[in-house]
Ligand binder design. Sequence first.
Ligand SMILES: [Zn+2]
Ligand SMILES: [Zn+2]
Length: 285
Amino acid sequence: MKRLLVTLCVLLCVFAMAACGGAETSYPDIPVTFEPDCPIMAELMSDTPLRSVADAFHDALSALENGDRVLVFLLDGWGWEKFQYHRDMQPFLSSLNPEPALTVYPPITPVALATVVTGVQPDVHGIHSRADRRMNYGVTDIFAEAARLGRTVAYIQGHSGIIQTSLLPILSPDADGLYGSDNEIFENARRHLDADFLFVHFHGIDDMGHTYGPYAEEVGVRMALIDECIQYLVENWGYGTVIITADHGMRRIYGNPYRLGDHGNICHEDMIVPYIITQRGSSNE
Ligand SMILES: [Zn+2]
Ligand SMILES: [Zn+2]
């Protein structure tokens, strides 16, 4: 019966195509921009990593459930290719052997941040654009899960929370005009190294990349600073699981001398980011 139905459908399609004069299928008129510097779907699909940024939620939760402490770094705009290009400027992060991971579409901060803290895709958490701040009802985040397990939690952000989470972030606006908010984020993180679960979102790699382009020396210099900050925080963290990843990558753009890097396309540079998970010390030491 099923085979008969399939055969009928095929015959109907053949007749319909013949009646329309063959291949005159009409598609909606959607403009597609092919940027020469941004290889699109084919390259992305041929090199899709096994890891996803959603793993950060699941890895953190499973470590917390096992009684471990967890330190998460989200490095805004720390793309896989950007990391590889500036690898020598990040000796500590490089020594932790990052793996490539796929982020979510569109690869922009609120959408990916929501996936990192909930472990679910945008169609479930409901954040699809920079205008969305409130996640769908019933979606839990890693801060609520850590609190449910009775663990102490601190969430360090830059100048704003970006999306609504179950725990209000500790904000770190730029107070001195130096290094954007990165030095303030570092100071706030340093003050909360005793938390069982600490989540730290650095922004400078993205900010510098937008201004100078992802492969500029200025970006490498900021990466070196953040690499040192992370090394200090990890070495002073004591024992626990450390997870380091990014919300999205970045590609070089042309046409605006004040904005040389951007992200938001479904291409390799925007969609693939590094992912690190490592164990530091033990509770018996
Ligand atoms: Zn971002
Ligand atoms: Zn950005």
